[in-house]
Design a protein around this ligand. Structure first.
Ligand code: GLV
Ligand code: MN
Ligand code: MN
Length: 405
């Protein structure tokens, strides 16, 4: 069995829901602890120094990154995340981490000696599935997420992030930008399953299994607090009702219409209804809007339109500005990954958020590789990449390291 296959089958059962077949790998839970343990084991087996930064992100280094950074040769870091959305797929995140270890194995088997330390990173809480803020680990690391705010974020049970971290053995008092960890990263390269069909499309993808990211759309999450009055479903006359579910319906339909009008996407993917009884008019509905698009003004216009449709001011919970990945790095990788006919690897934008975007915004030279996804489906148990394409991803990562390290 290849090292990729053996790591993949070790990870397969962790956090898998028997009913849906999807993954529930939320930050600072038992499943997360098992994934962290797995990462530590893989790093140590390879003789790497494994460490956790102040934000709870994991790092595995081939050589002393502090000495190298002091000598002007900060490391080349590969990696991604292991957590998932609710009932997520197997590939979003883990493909990047497993491919990073497999690429290191390949390079070592080939006798490649990097001129600077190689690091493998596993970012904490990338999806924000539990506490609502995506890329929490990389945002804390860079200072884009305030430590006090992070500590006080709550999950659906009312547990704070600080409490969840403490229960998992991580000291939340130490949260805050980790400049020592940041100084070690000379370049960050995240391989990820493609979350769209561009590579699978013969006209866009040119038959390539691996592409290079150009940019990430600006995107954000907003909360809509819709208030009403609890009452009886059978006895309250329609004219007397204050039903926040109607405002939710207007918000959902308004989001779709506004996205079409402004050339963006918009999604209401999570709602909380109180008291959530079949025969009770709700007292309140909380809904979360995710909006993204190629231009910030269009995304902002959608959010304003949804607020007007719902009759409530959307509360911004997170915002990520447009990311343009380092152009020189992107072009270098596209050329280094050219096919046998010399055609450079395709370059494509994405609407998905990534830790790579957060590091790029912090001024770190950053790039991403995407591995073809035949249907484009993601954030779903149906997410997939073919085994041959996963191998092509590992080979691409190894070639990228040869070009950059
Ligand atoms: C993360 O995958 C996101 O795009 O929200
Ligand atoms: Mn994701
Ligand atoms: Mn991801």
């Amino acid at each position: 069995m290849s090292s990729f296959d053996s790591m993949w089958s070790d990870l397969a059962p962790v956090g898998r829901d028997a009913g849906t077949g999807g993954y529930r790998r939320y930050a600072w839970t038992a499943a997360d602890a098992a994934l962290r343990e797995w990462f530590r084991g893989e790093g140590e087996q390879r003789g790497l120094d494994v460490d956790t930064d102040r934000a709870g992100n994991l790092w595995a280094w081939t050589a002393d990154p502090d000495a190298a950074a002091a000598a002007g040769q900060p490391g080349l870091v590969l990696g991604s995340h292991l957590d998932s959305v609710p009932d997520g797929g197997a590939f979003d995140g883990p493909l990047g981490v497993v491919s990073a270890f497999a690429a290191l194995d390949l390079l070592r088997a080939r006798g490649f000696a990097p001129r600077r330390p190689l690091g493998i990173a596993c970012f904490a809480d990338e999806e924000g599935a539990r506490f609502g803020i995506a890329c929490a680990g990389s945002r804390l690391l860079t200072g884009a997420l305030d430590a006090d705010r992070a500590r006080s974020l709550t999950d659906d049970e009312g547990t704070t992030m600080a409490e969840a971290m403490a229960a998992a053995g991580h000291d939340a008092a130490g949260l805050g930008p980790d400049h020592a960890a940041l100084r070690r990263i000379g370049t960050f390269l995240e391989l990820h399953v493609e979350q769209g069909r561009a590579l699978a499309d013969p006209t866009d993808g040119d038959g390539a299994a691996v592409g290079v990211a150009s940019s990430i759309w600006p995107h954000g999450r907003w909360r809509l607090d819709l208030r009403g009055r609890a009452d009886h479903a059978g006895t309250t006359r329609l004219a007397d009702r204050e039903d926040p579910m109607l405002a939710l319906a207007a918000a959902v339909l308004g989001a779709r219409a506004a996205a079409e009008r402004h050339g963006t996407v918009a999604t209401v993917g999570k709602v909380r209804v109180r008291p959530n009884g079949v025969n009770a008019i709700p007292s309140s509905v909380t809904a979360w809007l995710d909006a993204r698009g190629p231009r910030e003004e269009a995304v902002r216009a959608v959010v304003a339109d949804v607020g007007a449709a719902a009759g409530a001011a959307p509360v911004e919970e997170s915002w990520t500005a447009s990311t343009d990945f380092d152009a020189a790095l992107r072009d270098r990788l596209s050329a280094a990954l050219a096919d046998p006919d010399g055609r450079p690897a395709p370059v494509l934008p994405t609407g998905a958020g990534h830790d790579a975007g957060v590091l790029s915004a912090a001024g770190i030279p950053t790039a991403m590789l995407f591995v073809r996804n035949p249907t484009g489906v993601s954030h779903s148990p149906a997410e997939h990449a073919d085994p041959d394409d996963c191998s092509a991803g590992v080979e691409a990562l190894a070639r990228a390291v040869e070009a950059l390290a």
